[in-house]
Design a binder for this molecule. Structure first.
Ligand code: GLN
Length: 547
């Protein structure tokens, strides 16, 4: 049965709880344990799938098709453990399950209350698959004291009480603000935040204190005394040059040791940090830099393309170069010349997106990359735009468009090169959708296989002709146009196994131009960069040598 580590936060939000959880997970793996990480989010959306990237950053999709919080991306990138549908839950999902049960009469006429019905539902969620791993790390979103978070805090309190002693511990992240005027780190907000936790029956075992300055021994002792934790369990978290230094930095500060001590695991297995030392070396020993443009719509909020940015960093690590990512707003050249905005980049990436805004700019970015031989990676919408560009400007289908936009724009006559997919095959069964389905969870979601053409660029990049990648989209490139586009050199080099859905396109007479209908960025890791990002950065390096 798993040991549970509950991770909570106090004082302010955005302290890096997700990162601390992920880094701790990787350190426990380094000591030979198996782990799984989970996120419990107090908001009322059933999942983040319907939230705007401006609100919530990227939606991270799992193999089994769940649309989850971007912290699950961190968990996967640090531990390599593929997240599942059952690793992410929100108040919305919990309440909707409770209400469904109530309607079905499952509660046998009882009055339904937060305690015990909602808290029981949360506890059931925590227990799923608990026999499978040595450690289950559960992060509670938000900050202690938030009204919405209370049922979750109450549930983890009860959960730890239900388990045998010593099977659950609590780790709390706080902030030590620095007052420049007096040159001091202040511990009072941490004391208050721990008091808040204690008032709901939770006593932290480990405190992780974010600080911009070294924590003096005296302050550490004071925090330990006032917060009722052991001095060694007050762990410092300093700012880092790269998030991938976090496992080594936390290890140095004694986080994994403090956690094992809290479980009274003695002697603690020795850690093997080879992977993270190698990652550290690749970040700090680079030769040169490439400049890559991400041409998108949500450029004000970098979290909207979190996994893409990380995957590019991984590609830089495998090629031992620094990758400088610049965000270019596609709307700037929706109806203007793209060249002044795109010149000088060693490669161009057009990421996924929804809705018409900025798409004309993205089409121009694909055209620019094709004509100027600049390496191009089109992801999901970025592939669809590349196909529309090819149809309009190369194959002579002047009105080529996508049903996603032209449909909304009053059904003008156009060539639907990209159409709304209404039925497809997943594994052994057929999935059907209609245009007026709910917006939540109704896309082609999760892992699907693709067959790559022998001899294609993409087969070379993957070193394989059979792949499996994660999807999140409603629209598809229409196979009807394959023959025509291929006759002009746009090869459909990856297809769904039944041959009906184009998964990958590439220009055969271009140094590196690949569009993919899926999201390769979701599977990239610092210690195992995704082949497409490795290849794309390599092509950028080659291009940088030419200019
Ligand atoms: N909006 C497009 C679709 O639904 C692309 C989605 C995406 O880029 N994730 O097909």
């Amino acid at each position: 049965m798993a040991r549970f580590i509950f991770i909570t936060g106090g004082v302010v939000s955005s302290l890096g709880k997700g990162l601390a959880s992920a880094a701790l997970g990787s350190l426990l793996q380094a000591r030979g344990y198996s782990v799984r990480l989970r996120k419990l989010d107090p908001y009322l959306n059933v999942d983040p799938g319907t939230m705007s990237p401006f609100e919530h950053g990227e939606v991270f999709v799992t193999d089994d098709g769940a649309e989850t919080d971007l912290d699950l991306g961190h968990y996967e990138r640090f531990t390599g453990v593929p997240a599942r549908n059952t690793d992410s839950v929100s108040s919305g999902r919990i309440y909707s399950t409770v209400l469904e049960k109530e309607r079905r009469g499952d509660y046998l006429g009882k009055t339904i209350q937060v305690v015990p019905h909602v808290t029981n539902e949360i506890k059931d969620f925590l227990a799923v698959g608990e026999d499978e791993v040595d450690f289950m790390l559960c992060e509670i979103g938000g900050t202690v004291g938030d009204i919405e978070g209370l049922p979750f805090f109450e549930a983890i309190r009860q959960f730890s009480h239900d388990k045998p002693r010593g099977q659950c511990i609590f780790m709390h992240l706080t902030l030590l603000p620095y007052l420049a005027a007096s040159g001091e780190l202040k511990t009072k907000p941490t004391q208050h935040s721990v008091k808040e936790l204690q008032s709901i029956g939770i006593a932290p075992d480990v405190l992780v204190c974010r600080s911009e300055h070294p924590i003096p021994e005296k302050e550490r002792a004071k925090i330990a005394l006032f917060c009722n934790v052991r001095k060694e369990a007050v762990v410092a978290a300093y700012d880092l040059a790269s998030i991938y230094e976090a496992p080594l930095a936390y290890h140095k500060e004694g986080l994994d040791q403090a956690v094992l001590d809290a479980f009274a695991i003695s002697p603690a297995p020795r850690p093997n940090l080879r992977v993270w030392n190698d990652v550290y070396d690749r970040i700090h020993n680079t030769d040169g830099e490439v400049k890559i443009a991400i041409v998108g719509k949500y450029v004000q909020l970098e979290d909207a393309y979190k996994s893409i940015k990380e995957a590019l960093i991984h590609g830089g690590m495998s090629n031992r170069v620094k990758v400088r990512v610049e965000w270019v707003d596609a709307e700037l050249f929706d109806s203007a010349d793209a060249a002044p905005h795109l010149e000088g980049y060693h490669a161009i990436l057009v990421p996924g997106g929804f809705g018409e805004r900025g798409t004309e700019g993205k089409i121009k970015a694909a055209q620019f990359a094709r004509e100027k031989n600049v390496p191009y990676l089109g992801i999901c919408l970025g592939m669809q735009m590349a196909v529309i560009e090819a149809a309009r400007n190369v194959a002579g289908l002047k009105t080529a468009g996508s049903e996603e936009f032209d449909h909304e724009a009053g059904k003008k006559r156009f060539e639907p090169v990209v159409y709304h997919l209404k039925e497809w095959v997943q594994g052994n069964h057929k999935v059907e959708r209609s245009s007026d389905d709910d917006k939540g969870g109704t896309m082609r979601l999760g892992a699907y296989d693709a067959a790559l053409s022998e001899g294609s660029k993409v087969a070379e990049v993957y070193g394989s002709t059979a792949i499996e990648e994660r999807h999140r989209h409603r629209y598809e490139v229409d196979i009807k146009y394959r023959e025509k586009l291929e006759s002009f050199g746009l090869m459909f080099s990856g297809m769904s196994p039944d041959g009906r859905l184009p998964e990958i396109v590439e220009w055969t007479d271009h140094p590196w131009f690949i569009g993919v209908q899926f999201h390769p960025e979701l599977k990239s890791k610092p210690f195992a960069p995704h082949p497409l990002f490795d290849g794309f950065v390599k092509a950028a390096v080659e291009n940088s040598r030419l200019v």
